[in-house]
Design a protein around this ligand. Sequence first.
Ligand code: GTP
Ligand code: SPV
Ligand code: MN
Length: 634
Amino acid sequence: MSITAPAPTLPTTTTCDGRQLAARAWVSAVADLLEPDEIVWCDGSADERARLTALMVAQGTLVPLDPAKRPGSYLARSDPSDVARVESRTFICSRERADAGPTNNWREPAEMRRELHGVVAGAMRGRTMYVVPFSMGPVGGPISQLGIEITDSPYVVVSMHVMTRVSREVLRLVDHGAPYVPAVHTVGAPLAPGQADVPWPCSPTKYIAHFPETREIWSTGSGYGGNALLGKKCFALRIASTMGRAEGWLAEHMLVIRATSPQGRDYHLAAAFPSACGKTNLAMLEPTMPGWTVETIGDDIAWMRPGPDGRLRAINPEAGFFGVAPGTGWSTNPTAMRTVARDTIFTNVALTDDGDVWWEGMTDEPPAHLVDWQGQDWTPGCGRPAAHPNARFTVAAAQCPTISPDWEAPEGVPIDAIVFGGRRASNVPLVAEAFSWEHGVLMGATVSSEQTAAAEGTVGELRRDPFAMLPFCGYNMADHWQHWLDVGASLDAERRPMIFQVNWFRKDSDGRFLWPGFGENSRVVEWLLRRTDLRTRPEGAGTERPDAEDDARPWGGPVPEARPTAVGRVPADGALDVTGLALAEGALAELFRVDPAAWRREADLTEEFFTTFGDRVPAALRRELAALRDRLSR
Ligand code: GTP
Ligand code: SPV
Ligand code: MN
């Protein structure tokens, strides 16, 4: 009789009695498998950042920019094959395939563990393994969570310093039994003795694997943000969404802002747009509406929990912005331009002859000569973009001039409005208000958008991106819709957020944007935020302060009027303030035109989309879809 040894598999932090392995034991098990030359425990200090930055400059990973132009800033050029998230290599390894759902790549966890073991064994040979303890959200906050990322990339360590809260305090909490999400990252490029390194090591073999039941992440082969900064999409969305589902909260691909009306009334808005569809821009909105101010709370991810007062409270779990550079300029997003004026890491932008950066859309006219994102000479009209379309800046949120004084409030801010949007050249109106929470969940579930450069794929193709979470939901998307219905039901009906849909990207028959967008979006924001006064506003209230002591905010004039359409309430004639806007003849009517035939086709596509989820589609959403069809036929 022969005895076969069990196939080797990845180490785990989950012990057989269900507890979590102490951090040190887990780190040493990972080191045994990955075989780094050296292990460094990180503390998040400025010293550490300076040391690793100098190391990367010496290795050619970072090019220092001219400190007179861009103090404390660097350019990284990635390998040309490693520029975006790899959705085809991103896996949800739940025990049951149905729990990952039809929109995720599913793999059986034990099988993935065995396969990955073979891929990552010895992957850190010749490299240093960094252990990065971090917190998503203020350390110790009631909505915050802890993680430890192991990585062999100093670029990842320095980026994690910016994007999360890296500190020794996290290790202390973990040592005292606080739960943490273990996350392993390697560039997957071991070095043989004496082998020279390259500026951006990576591997054609990529895996971004998530184990939702044991809350573990393994990523190999890529150094790009969304694949490698594991606190971000992997933890704060894919793993956190499964935690939130179990615990009654939401992890969403949303920006959060505070907008203050001329009367001094504060509103908080959370908005989900697919990747590269305008979250960072709206998060840094410079309102053109007189008297309004906007403060930034987060630009990409929101964790939202029903508070003790029955309101939905949101935090930004991140500490920095990993923003799209192209299209960011003084005329579109001056706040972002000020934010990246110093202490910023730029990835895959172009280098100017005087040691600064440039990308398409930064200025109207490009410089006469540049070094492009691949390190090649570039001149205007050469036929290649100077910056990669998914070039990014990495910068601390605290550097943003509009950052809210409350952006780190551990208990979060109370959300008044939830907004869903996408990049739609036709059909979807500039803004529409949902008739109910359930109708709003249908709006979220049916978000569709033209594909952008933020992930591999054909740019411009229309795809469904429910809740802007298609690549980020760690469990069955249809269950996510049910979870939204459940969270809505758990909130105080009088004070829960109102839900809206927006579309900044509708075009005319010549392919020109109908709406100027950017700062002018404040006009839409004003309309929809004042609409939320409907929830709690007493009949006939003026601009005086209301009586309720927990909501001592002044009212700001009458609630703007809305008119019902089949797809939601849109601003009544004259209710959207377009004073001083030079819109093309008929543009406003076109922005709000609802074409019943086109919308019947949308409803058919939604029906088809729902079919892929079988009986997991919530009955309430089927009812909402039927109600939409009914309104369209009237
Ligand atoms: P991720 O970081 O990938 O999640 O992207 P994001 O949703 O934060 O998108 P971002 O704000 O970086 O915008 C992406 C692109 O859309 C940029 O090129 C912007 O210039 C452009 N954009 C943003 N807002 C508007 C708008 O209101 N109108 C138009 N026409 N373009 C916009
Ligand atoms: C996105 O693609 O939505 C991003 C960039 O915000 S990444 O972190 O790469 O996901
Ligand atoms: Mn994003």
